[in-house]
Write a protein that binds this ligand. Structure first.
Ligand code: A3P
Length: 301
């Protein structure tokens, strides 16, 4: 059974999380964690289900929006995805097709049928320095008392808690290592790997590749329209209006808009890391990632 735990560091930064089987989960993960993980394992997957997998702040909403438009053939913004992590199985089972889910868990926590090749998985990755900066900024945008009673951190505090692995979805390096194993071992061809920085550089070609991967066929005009709808500028103005007081956002940010579309850049971390923090980070990063098959870019070009 999961326990509610509070992780703290010296400067008073804290996070309240669920802990189960030596892993941390976001507080809103369903129930005692154990039972929901078991239910996900045996979930009935449909051929046209799509699972967007990401570490928080890596472009989950962006990828969800692209996949939803391609799955439905409609260029409509649909707010936030249904997260497997935060949604009970009855609701999941009753959603109409095509279903596009998101999850902050890794592939090994996906339904057995997905691991056997059913449905499609789109995994999106982003460089850790920008992930941390985006997480920090997100924490500042959310100013509802419920939210503040669960997380409060300084920038330094967030970095420290992360380096101890005491953070929302666990240590990013372990998350990546886990994906390294999946890349090596998974036999099926139902996983697509996307890099946030590459998508920023050339969104149109990614829209095309994603359509191919999902097995949907549209003419260039529709793919152009999806690309245009999913630029950061358009999502920041238009998708922002799709804010609904859903379960996911029952803790409202002050702006009462979906608190996701902030800067959408590569390299914003330079506004947060001090020179010393960056040097320390690079040292840890180079050590932890030396055998990784992932190659992250930290700079825009
Ligand atoms: P920033 O806070 O750096 O701006 P998630 O959906 O996983 O929470 O990720 C949120 C991050 O993705 C935010 O990063 C957000 O701005 C960025 N993002 C969302 N839509 C985007 C888009 N169309 N283009 C580029 N970045 C986008």
């Amino acid at each position: 059974m999961a326990q509610l735990v509070e992780v703290r560091n010296d400067d008073g930064s804290f996070l309240k999380l669920k802990k189960y089987d030596d892993r941390y989960y976001i507080h809103r993960f369903v129930g005692n964690v154990k039972d929901h993980l078991a239910a996900i394992d045996v979930m009935n997957v449909r051929e046209d289900d799509t699972f967007i997998l990401s570490y928080p702040k890596s472009g989950t909403h962006w990828t969800f929006t692209l996949a939803s438009m391609l799955r439905t053939g409609e260029t409509i913004y649909r707010g936030s995805p249904t997260f497997l992590d935060f949604t009970d199985m009855e609701t999941i089972d009753n959603l109409p097709s095509p279903r596009v889910f998101a999850s902050h868990m890794t592939f090994d926590f996906m339904p057995k049928q997905v691991k056997e090749g059913k449905g499609k998985v789109v995994a999106i990755f982003r460089n850790l320095k920008d992930v941390m900066s985006s997480l920090y900024a997100f924490g500042k945008i959310m100013d509802h008392p419920d939210f503040l009673s669960r997380y409060q951190f300084t920038w330094k505090g967030l970095l420290e808690l992360h380096m101890k692995g005491q953070i929302f979805c666990g240590f990013w390096f372990e998350y990546i290592q886990n994906w390294d194993n999946v890349r090596r071992e998974h036999q099926g061809n139902n996983i697509m790997y996307l890099m946030y920085e590459d998508m920023i550089q050339d969104l149109r070609s990614h829209v095309q590749k994603l359509a191919l991967f999902l097995g949907v066929s549209f003419g260039p005009g529709f793919l152009d329209k999806v690309t245009e709808k999913c630029t950061f500028r358009n999502m920041a103005t238009e998708a922002t209006k799709t804010f609904t007081q859903s379960d996911l956002w029952n803790e409202l940010p002050k702006s009462k808009t979906i608190p996701i579309y902030r800067k959408g850049e590569v390299g914003d971390w330079k506004n947060y890391f001090t020179v010393a923090q960056n040097e320390h980070f690079d040292k840890v990063y180079n050590e932890k990632m030396k055998n990784s098959s992932f190659d992250f870019r930290f700079e825009s070009w």
